[in-house]
Design a protein around this ligand. Structure first.
Ligand code: NAD
Length: 430
């Protein structure tokens, strides 16, 4: 099928590459000229495992192309995906400026029946607004249908997730659009839920809010476990093996971050408020998340006492492993707190340092974990890259000024760390 994808970020680019890999003809559009020029040269502006090879392969087969022209993309395609950013406004609501701009540009370029599919995460009733906008700005009475097709991929495993989704949600009032979209996704052999646009939009916000709730629940448990002398990992495992609960997203740590959970939870609180419901549960999920990073900072101070002048090593800057995404990474908030107390910070992340430099200018960036450990007073772990799990801990211990590790992601076994001679502090495990 001929598909146009507007917005060539983590979602749009991966979706475009995967649909091209399945044999479709894809035109990816973005208003960032630099990004499009890079992509035309076969360079990938984000880090996502396997993406570069897949795009090069599809480019060679002429199944994917890149342009800044929405007109070219829309006119050549039957299906038009909107995958632009929907960041948070200062009041927590979703900023839909890019979606509105794109809807208008799509309208102005309709040259025949199109299915306009919203893949960006948007508040309920956005589909109605997009339809209204298209009706208002289209030059003549060309037919179109609106679909809400929320995306559930996770950065770091985005290609795997796109090819193996737990479900595909197609929200539309049009049986024709539902049939064509179902056909597009047929090779994935995943369960398809066809529903109305409003329900599809709520499914996305509700899913992310529920996952964030699990994380905050685990973090609240961690606080109780520390006070009670229990082990939160054992507790969440004991809970999670119950199939009704599930083990995923029950990890205590330094709280959720990234480009989705923080903005989607606050947007869902705002959406509920506008609909006349006070979502107090989600407000508390947010509170627990904000407290968690503060709690971890206090833990560091408790261990190291005065931070002024102390050299600290940080491992992991991205909001999670296998991505270079620094949007709302808890590392930024934590490192700023450390710097404010007068600490000196050396840091390393396998992929996110280029982006981290834009947020954190005054820290020293290192080539590997050993350089970070060298002469540091303590090592602080903020994201759980495999590289850190597999480090030569004997070497790390020799390099550190004091053998102290403060682990915000619980990546080591406390008993083993004790055996190795570390003073090891983690979250929710005594
Ligand atoms: P992103 O910032 O990586 O990419 C968005 C792209 O849209 C950028 O390249 C930007 O230049 C482009 N863009 C913005 N305005 C435009 C315009 N007017 N015309 C053309 N291009 C424009 O964002 P993302 O992470 O890919 O997220 C996109 C949407 O998908 C968001 O709504 C997000 O909440 C949702 N989502 C993201 C993820 C994720 O893991 N990143 C997962 C599921 C859903």
């Amino acid at each position: 099928m001929k598909v146009c994808i507007i917005g060539t970020g983590y979602v749009g680019l991966v979706t475009g590459a995967c649909l091209a890999e399945l044999g479709n003809n894809i035109i990816c559009v973005d208003n960032d000229e630099g990004k499009i020029e890079m992509l035309k040269r076969g360079e990938i502006p984000i880090y996502e495992p396997g993406l570069e090879e897949m795009i090069r392969n599809c480019q060679a087969k002429k199944r994917i192309s890149f342009t800044t022209s929405i007109a070219d993309g829309v006119k050549a395609s039957e299906i038009v995906f909107i995958a632009v950013s929907t960041p948070a406004r200062p009041d927590g609501s979703a900023d839909l400026t890019a979606v509105a701009t794109v809807a208008r540009q799509v309208a102005e370029n309709l040259n025949g029946y199109k299915i306009v599919v919203d893949k960006s995460t948007v508040p309920v009733k956005t589909g109605e607004k997009v339809a209204e906008t298209i009706r208002r700005y289209r030059a003549d009475s060309v037919e179109f249908d609106i679909v809400s097709n929320p995306e559930f991929l996770r950065e770091g495993s985005a290609i795997y997730d796109t090819f193996h989704p737990d479900r595909i949600v197609i929200g539309t009032e049009s049986p024709k659009a539902a049939r064509i979209l179902t056909e597009l996704y047929k090779p994935l052999q995943a369960p398809v839920i066809v529903t109305d646009v409003n329900s599809a939009e709520i499914i996305k916000h509700a899913s992310n809010s529920f996952l964030a709730t699990k994380i905050s629940f685990a973090n609240a448990l961690a606080r109780i476990c520390e006070k009670a002398g229990a082990n939160v990992e054992e507790v969440t495992r004991g809970m999670g093996l119950d199939k009704r609960i599930g083990t995923q997203f029950l990890n205590a740590g330094i709280g959720y971050g990234g480009s989705c959970f923080p903005k989607d939870v606050s947007a869902f609180i705002k959406i509920s408020e506008e609909l006349g419901y006070d979502f107090r549960l989600l407000k508390e999920v947010e509170n627990i998340n904000h407290e968690q990073i503060q709690f971890f900072f206090e833990k560091i101070k408790e261990v190291l006492w005065i931070l002024e002048g102390k050299q600290l090593g940080v491992l992991g800057l991205a909001f999670k492993p296998n991505t270079d995404d620094m949007r709302n990474a808890p590392s930024v908030a934590l490192i700023r707190m450390l710097l404010k107390e007068g600490a000196k910070v050396k840091a390393y992340d396998p992929q996110a340092m280029k982006r981290a430099r834009q947020e954190l200018e005054t820290i020293q960036y290192c080539d590997d974990p050993y350089q970070v450990a060298d002469s540091s007073e303590a090592l602080i772990i903020l994201s759980e890259w495999n590289e850190f799990k597999e480090m030569d801990l004997e070497r790390i211990k020799r390099l550190l000024h004091h053998p102290i590790i403060i682990d915000g992601r619980n990546i080591y076994d406390p008993a083993r760390m004790k055996e190795l001679g570390f003073v090891y502090h983690c979250v929710g495990r005594s």
